[in-house]
Design a protein around this ligand. Structure first.
Ligand code: TRP
Length: 332
């Protein structure tokens, strides 16, 4: 008998254009998981609307992310690719779990605290509740493993707490998910301030590379990337800019940090940067071409997200029905 594969769930929200950080830190690694695991890769549009979105940009980005998943090599036959809002169980489970969450634990979420410091009293309630929606995403699929960055670990911890609480109050309902720490997953930093994670929300556009940036823009941004006056290509915390460029080159080419150090031993930063830029372009150009093809083929995309939603809905509904029944809601 075929052994049941472990379940992986992850998602990206369509609140901005995706960066090289999203690609090298997440999507490129997801491609490697698809044979070994039963993967759900979601475009989490309901998470994006925690801040105001221009409707037409939200629509465009949602389909673009789906196209990026496909263009990067995520096989829609092997995995479940879907759009979060197409599976109503996410919203429903989120309300149910809200009723098992405490103001105290929610108020301790550092991402929320950081954001509320900036926005004050007018911060949206959606941003406060967001981790519960994320917990629903994960728990509905009886997920074993969640590939996430460090910034999301606290949210995953909440998902675990909510699952354990619900299981304790009633009876085992949810599997307790664990973080999946990728062996190769690279954390890509801002090109202008390599102490910060590369992010599309940074104001300085030279700090990030978008997956869809054209070659000349990539060359320009890499040539302007912050380095140092040491002048040696070395993987060191004293040279965060160079270290970041090495990480990028390594995760694209598969070269180890030592191999990169040796290759650029007597060479200047200019030559090193040129190679980094060309490696990025070689990696992204074929993906961009495919993304543009997918985006233009609305019918095909529709067939992918419809069958994805159908598969996801089936699994999610099973868990949602269990939750409703245990809580005491009358079955439909
Ligand atoms: N909150 C995640 C982020 O901002 C996105 C996300 C939503 C997610 N639901 C998820 C990630 C479920 C993993 C699993 O990056």
């Amino acid at each position: 008998m075929e052994e049941k594969k472990k379940v992986i769930f992850s998602g990206i929200k369509p609140s901005g254009e995706l960066t090289l950080g999203n690609y090298l830190g997440a999507i490129k690694n997801w491609v490697k998981l698809q044979d070994e695991y039963d993967c759900y890769f979601c475009v989490v549009d309901l998470h994006a609307i925690t801040v105001r979105q221009e409707p037409k940009d939200l629509r465009r980005r949602t389909l673009e992310i789906l196209s990026i998943y496909l263009a990067s090599g995520i096989d829609p036959e092997k995995n479940t690719l879907f759009i979060q809002s197409h599976v109503p169980a996410h919203s429903e489970a989120s309300w149910l779990l809200t009723c098992y969450s405490y103001m105290g634990e929610m108020s301790r979420m550092t991402q929320y605290k950081d954001k509320s410091k900036k926005s004050g009293e007018n911060i949206g309630a959606g941003l406060f509740n967001y981790p519960i929606l994320m917990a629903s995403d994960i728990l509905l699929y009886q997920t074993n493993l969640v590939p996430v960055g460090k910034d999301q670990l606290q949210h995953l911890e909440l998902a675990r707490d909510l699952a354990e609480r619900f299981n304790r109050v009633y009876s085992p309902t949810f599997l307790i998910p664990e973080p999946y720490i990728a062996k190769t997953g690279a954390k890509i930093m801002d090109l202008q301030d390599p102490t910060k994670k590369m992010s599309k929300s940074e104001e300085n556009q030279n700090g990030y590379i978008l997956i869809m940036d054209p070659p000349n823009v990539i060359r320009k941004k890499i040539s302007r990337a912050v380095t140092d006056s040491i002048g040696v290509v070395k993987y060191s915390d004293d040279q965060l800019g160079v270290k970041n460029l090495m990480t990028i080159l390594g995760s694209i080419t598969g070269m180890s940090m030592e191999e990169i150090e040796i290759k650029y031993k007597d060479k200047g930063y200019a030559e090193f940067k040129k190679d980094v830029a060309e490696a990025i372009i070689n990696e992204l150009e074929p993906i961009q071409k495919k993304v543009n093809e997918y985006v233009a083929d609305k019918k095909y995309l529709e067939s992918i997200y419809k069958s994805g939603a159908e598969k996801a809905n089936y699994v999610a509904m099973k868990t949602l029905r269990k939750m409703q029944k245990k809580i005491g809601l009358i079955p439909r």
